[in-house]
Design a protein around this ligand. Structure first.
Ligand code: ZN
Length: 342
């Protein structure tokens, strides 16, 4: 009899355990299914990570405002800053000094110094399989020789007066000599509407990258094999368009602009990690968004559209595949690997 009771008690204990286990797992499952907050949050972040272009360019985080802010400053929409500059331009030249104020010029010069240092460091850090020592010397020389040219407050840019009215930045080499003057110029509307350090850093890095882009090197008789491999990756990955009549580095080719974006994204990732590592999630998204916010409004000119990859590609395939930026945003690694130098 004693054995029988023991058996009964053990059987009941096991049944109770199974019942309890089932109850617990059911509860956990229900809890996961029914918690709308955790479910929505993770699905929302996942969606955001998959649609960076939409998140940065189609949504309106400031509820309809035309200004986007991050902890370091603002980026106005091109149309807004260009309208503000036209409003300020009363026919005399006084507004030029007001827009290119000492404070704004100093901020731009500080960013230039930081970005140049980052790029020089980037060149130095590449292995000898990527750049040999002569390549490194040449690239660093070109970066150092490229300087910002602010407009003269009394005459603006005499050879390009229209630039003052636009939200643009330009890299230019004057003359045909490989050792000709290299300069970066900013449109008045860009300077008026951009105080975000993230956008200034991305834009500066993009323009400085033109000083060493594969087409600029080629036009002054320099070639680097690692850049040919990179260029092949851009076309294979569908980042740079390959129209039938494409001739590399000619008018309808996107290599130069793709390269400049690709370099700028790496500098932007350094800026985000260095300046924004303590930010909560919304500020991180605002900072990454502001880095490239001005790309959202595409330049309407046919020339600009031919030479630049379109905005969704610039954001999804160049910015959106960068592992550092994805980690900064809390996004999983991209399914498509970014193009690399080796
Ligand atoms: Zn460019």
């Amino acid at each position: 009899m004693k054995v029988h009771w023991r058996f009964l008690i053990s059987a009941m204990a096991i049944t109770l355990l199974i019942f309890f286990w089932e109850f617990l797992s059911n509860f956990a499952l229900k809890d996961r299914k029914l918690d709308p907050f955790s479910m929505n949050t993770s699905r929302y972040s996942e969606d955001k990570c998959k649609n960076l272009f939409q998140e940065f360019c189609d949504s309106d985080p400031d509820f309809g405002a035309s200004t986007y802010t991050d902890p370091t400053g603002e980026v106005w929409l091109d149309s807004e800053s260009e309208a503000a500059v036209r409003e300020a331009d009363k026919g005399d030249q006084k507004w030029i000094a007001a827009v290119f104020s000492q404070r704004r010029n100093r901020r731009i010069s500080e960013i230039e110094k930081w970005v140049k240092q980052e790029l020089i460091q980037w060149v130095h850090s590449q292995s000898s399989r990527v750049f040999n020592s002569r390549d490194k010397q040449e690239l660093i020389w070109r970066l150092r020789a490229t300087r910002i040219e602010f407009p003269d407050p009394s005459i603006g840019y005499p050879d390009d007066p229209e630039l003052l009215l636009h939200s643009q930045a330009l890299y230019e080499r004057t003359g045909t000599s490989p050792r000709g003057l290299r300069r970066i110029r900013f449109g008045g509307a860009y300077v008026l509407g951009t105080s975000s350090r993230y956008n200034l850093a991305f834009t500066m890095a993009h323009e400085l990258a033109h000083a060493i882009d594969p087409c600029e090197l080629r036009s002054t008789g320099w070639a680097i094999p690692a850049f040919d491999r990179l260029s092949a990756c851009f076309t294979a990955a569908g980042v740079a368009a390959t129209p039938k009549n494409r001739v590399e580095c000619r008018r309808n080719d996107q290599l130069s602009e793709t390269f400049a974006d690709w370099v700028a994204v790496q500098v932007a990732s350094r800026a985000l990690v260095q300046w924004g590592s303590e930010y909560p999630e919304p500020q991180r998204w605002a900072s990454v968004g502001n880095s490239i916010r001005d790309l959202c409004e595409e330049d309407d000119g046919p020339a600009a559209q031919e030479t630049h990859p379109n905005t969704p590609i610039r954001i999804e395939k160049i910015l959106g595949t960068n592992p550092v930026i994805r980690e900064f945003l809390g996004c999983p690694a991209s399914e498509e690997p970014p193009c690399r130098l080796e």
